[in-house]
Design a protein around this ligand. Structure first.
Ligand SMILES: Nc1nc2c(ncn2[C@@H]2O[C@H](COP(=O)(O)OP(=O)(O)OP(=O)(O)O)[C@@H](O)[C@H]2O)c(=O)[nH]1
Ligand SMILES: [Mg+2]
Length: 366
């Protein structure tokens, strides 16, 4: 008889740093000799996050085609698949960044239906401090509509713990201001502050996620009409394309130029980027770039050393814009960046859409 595995979900809005934090959590538990399995999730396939976590050597299952709540059976199937292959002690799940009501639709059903297999950890919700400050102080709701801001705030409301991520970009005054805002609007929540990317101040959160219990008595009202409308105001684009050069090209420049061009066009059309991310792969080489707000700088979180002759790029963009406009902006940016290094490109797949209304398989209270 095996002991129960722990299921840890880390939520938070698009670009808050969930994948980065889950990578750090997975490394931490692996160093302790525990087996870890990760489950990524999106509305469509071809995920930058899956490529990212697999490239770090972790076992990852991807659930595409809807959020955990709408694909609850796929979530448990993914856990079974990981169990057969690796028998993880710890499952780490990353819900879609525009998803909320996770307590009622994922955590409680997991406990009620699969409580013998899984011990469900408390829900930590990460925030990007710049975006949180704008939304909590209502500054044009951080570039988003009231309905998207509703989803953002519901994510925080249902959290057992809120983690202020990216502490490395905050000075002491800004951090105190954000803590006061959270304390005022979400009193009595446990608050962590860390930098998942730099590995700063993570220890107490690692311990919390590994040992504490979820508050099962909490309940949260949800207006599924506002939730669905809010999600439908976001445009989603998952695409993949191939580039080939006659001679060699600079892959980091290609990623930076596409991200920079898309950012300029989004700013010009006054539409807010939620998260634009790309992976460029060629043989064993892999590079990542990410842009989390219109007013941020694209971050090449992993550069490729040297020049390449060909590569495949996976692009995932989520923004407050109509999907067809997002696709047009991406295609223009890809064409321009390829032209600037005289590359030929071929689009391999494109999915551009608004997320469909969430219809949870289960919605339970304790
Ligand atoms: N400065 C800083 N950047 C960070 C930190 N953690 C994550 N990031 C950056 O934030 C960006 C988004 O990080 P992800 O981990 O992909 O965010 P996510 O929440 O998984 O995003 P989605 O899956 O698209 O919702 C990347 O450029 C990361 O490198 C941090 O602690 N400090
Ligand atoms: Mg992610």
């Amino acid at each position: 008889m095996y002991s129960r595995a722990r299921f840890i979900m880390v939520g938070g809005f698009l670009g808050a740093g969930k994948t980065t934090a889950l990578g750090a959590l997975a490394r931490h538990y692996s160093y302790q000799g525990k087996r870890v399995g990760l489950i990524t999730n999106d509305q469509a396939e071809n995920l930058v996050d899956t490529l990212n976590l697999r490239s770090q050597g972790f076992s990852v299952e991807e659930i595409a085609g809807g959020c955990f709540c709408c694909r609850f059976n796929s979530l448990t199937e993914a856990a079974d698949k990981l169990s057969q292959e690796h028998r993880p002690d710890i499952f780490l799940g990353e819900p879609v960044g525009s998803c909320t009501d996770l307590l009622a639709t994922v955590a409680i059903p997991m406990k009620r239906l699969y409580g013998e297999q899984f011990d469900v950890a408390p829900l930590t919700v990460l925030v990007d401090p710049m975006r949180a400050r704008k939304i909590l102080t209502n500054q044009q709701r951080g570039g988003f509509s009231p309905k998207v801001a509703y989803i953002y705030k519901k994510q925080l409301e249902e959290a057992d713990a809120i983690a202020i991520n990216k502490s490395d970009i905050l000075n002491d005054a800004a951090l105190s201001e954000l803590k006061l805002l959270l304390d005022d609007q979400y009193p009595e929540k446990r608050v962590f502050t860390f930098s998942a990317r730099d590995g700063q101040n993570l220890e107490s959160w690692f311990d919390y996620a590994a040992t504490e219990m979820m508050d099962w008595q909490k309940t949260m009202d949800m207006d599924y009409d506002i939730y669905a409308d809010g999600e439908a105001e976001l445009g989603w684009l998952n695409s993949a394309f191939k580039v080939v050069a006659d001679s060699e090209f600079d892959p980091n420049r290609l990623l930076s130029e596409i991200a920079g061009d898309m950012q300029e066009r989004m700013i010009k059309s006054e539409q807010e980027i939620a998260h634009l991310k790309m992976t460029l792969m060629s043989g064993m080489d892999i590079g990542f770039i990410s842009l989390v707000r219109n007013d941020a700088v694209p971050e090449l979180s992993q550069e490729i050393q040297g020049r390449l002759q060909e590569a495949e790029v996976t692009l995932n963009a989520r923004a407050h814009i109509a999907p067809e406009d997002l696709q047009a902006i991406a295609e223009r940016a890809i064409a321009n960046a390829c032209h600037s290094q005289q590359l030929k490109f071929e689009i391999l797949s494109t999915q551009a859409f608004k997320p469909a209304r969430p219809v949870p398989i289960h919605r339970m209270s304790h």
